[in-house]
Design a protein around this ligand. Structure first.
Ligand code: UDP
Length: 494
């Protein structure tokens, strides 16, 4: 049984003395920063765009992700039209039920179905209040929460997919069942490049997500199972915009799928500055204030990214030789399959002898950094990134070019898109796989020098995209219009 927080208002929602009908939408996300943050921002955007919409976000707790709770606590304090509801804990999947973290998370989410049904039933049966009109206009599930489509169907609630990755990756997922049938061997063993509708170029199998490169693994089965269910939804909201991914979006629009709504970029520009050590934030900003414009390179590998000791040392030598100022988010590998990387207790043992002394005027090394705030600073001139989609959107928003260093999830495909499809990034690697690849110091040095070159054509294209990423959100911009079309569809037809 789920207890709703006490209601603090039973009056109808009014504006200028006119009573407005309220629409309640409910969201559920995978418990990870890269999934949850854009979903929360989208809920906020929906309410800002049309004040009739109020949101409840159902939270799945995962003990290995305390960072998610810290984020929710801080975000709950600033959200006006969003309520967060923690679902009761369930027994975690037992080790014999899964092989991969994808398997674990998909099962954990699936095990919450009864609680989600009970939460939705409660919301629909309780009297109307500030948030709740007694009806749920839509349930938004994210890319790995497809088991909740069953719950929406049982309760006759329209179900939508919220997709926090690019339209190219959505296109790949929708095409995966076809590829699975067409190519009976491992994709990595096939010597032909793949034709995927959302990509203008053929795609080398080596940039597919690691999970997809092992068809015998449970992660592959889960990817297929999630992908198959996307078409059961009433619409797919993608955190992207027409001007960024025109080819992928037009190919999706031409297919017989649920309608795709590119409403992005939705970004949390305050980022972890809000939910991490304020002292760290202050010291980074003070240091940046003293650097010349576009002189500093940021290296950050996502909320789940870490590199081996030998790779860290190659980066260190490469950075030193490149000679640019730097901020480096350096993290220790996770202790177990389900854990996240941690901030290193000490970097002395990881870095080459004397590196810290030699570079003390050149750069800063931290664990997690307030990435969005750092990218916003005029001193930042380039970004060595793992190519998570939120990071890509943040860098485009601030016009900072990326050098690609993908590590996990769909990042190799994102890197391929940015370099080969869109010409918006510089290639360090497209198909890096931690543990079986090593980027040498000379490559790091060369790439950083290329990235920081102020005359580079990629830099000019990124600056153009910066303007477009802002225009699309303005009234009559493409994302604004897509959001308008979505709200029309969400409004229940009486
Ligand atoms: N992030 C951050 N500091 C870090 C690592 C990550 O602020 O040290 C933020 C980053 O700004 C982005 C999010 O965490 O908003 C990561 O999302 P993304 O999709 O880029 O990658 P993921 O972590 O999901 O792989």
């Amino acid at each position: 049984m789920i207890t709703l927080p006490p209601r603090n208002q039973t009056q109808p929602y009014t504006n200028n003395n006119f009573t407005m009908t309220k629409f309640h939408v409910v969201f559920i996300s995978t418990p990870g920063i890269g999934n949850l943050v854009p979903l929360v921002e989208f809920a906020q955007l929906l309410g800002n765009h049309d004040r009739r919409f109020h949101s409840t976000i159902l939270i799945i707790n995962m003990s290995q992700r305390p960072i998610v709770n810290t984020y929710i606590q801080s975000r709950a304090a600033t959200c006006t039209n969003i309520r967060f509801l923690h679902l009761p804990a369930v027994d975690p999947p037992s080790p014999d039920q899964y092989q991969s973290s994808m398997g674990y998370i998909s099962l954990l989410i699936q095990n919450h179905k009864t609680h989600v049904k009970s939460a939705l039933t409660n919301l629909m049966s309780s009297e109307s209040d500030e948030f709740n009109s007694g009806r749920v206009a839509g349930l938004f599930v994210d890319m790995f929460c497809t088991s909740m489509i069953d719950v929406a169907n049982e309760l006759d609630i329209p179900c939508y997919l919220f997709f926090a990755s690019p339209a190219t990756f959505l296109s790949f997922m929708l095409h995966l069942p076809t590829l699975d049938a067409q190519i009976p061997i491992e994709f990595g063993d096939s010597d032909t490049e793949l034709s995927i509708p959302g990509f203008a170029n053929s795609v080398p199998p080596l940039v597919l997500p690691t999970a997809v490169l092992n068809k015998k693994g449970d992660a592959y089965s889960w990817y297929l199972s999630h992908a198959r269910r996307y078409t059961e939804t009433k619409g797919i909201v993608v955190n992207t915009f027409e001007e960024l991914e025109p080819h992928a979006l037009s190919s999706l629009a031409m297919s017989l799928l649920p309608r795709v709504y590119p409403i992005g970029p939705v970004l949390d520009l305050n980022g972890p500055a809000q939910w991490h050590d304020p002292n760290r934030y202050e010291s980074v900003m003070r240091w940046l204030d003293n650097q010349p414009t576009s002189s500093v390179v940021l290296l950050c590998f996502g909320s789940m990214g870490s590199l081996s000791g030998p790779q860290v040392r190659e980066i260190a030598f490469g950075l030193e030789r490149a000679g640019f100022q730097f901020i480096w988010a350096l993290r220790d590998p996770p202790k177990s399959q389900l854990d996240l990387p941690s901030d290193p207790a000490s970097v002395d043992d990881i870095l080459p002898n004397g590196f810290l002394e030699r570079t003390c005027k050149l750069g800063l090394i931290f664990g997690l950094v307030p990435q969005a705030k750092i990218l916003a600073h005029p001193a930042i001139g380039g970004f060595v990134s793992h190519c998570g989609w939120n990071s890509i959107l943040e860098s485009l928003w601030y016009g900072v070019p990326i050098a690609t260093w993908p590590i996990y999830a769909e990042q190799q495909m994102n890197a391929f898109e940015m370099v080969k499809e869109l010409g918006l990034a510089i290639e360090i690697r497209l198909d890096y796989r931690e543990g079986s690849d090593l980027v040498l110091a000379e490559e790091v040095e060369r790439s950083i020098k290329h990235l920081m070159n102020s005359d580079d054509v990629v830099r000019a294209r990124v600056k153009e995209m910066r303007e477009k990423s802002r225009m699309v959100l303005l009234e009559n911009g493409s994302s604004y219009q897509a959001l308008g079309a979505l709200t029309e569809k969400l409004v229940p037809k009486i």
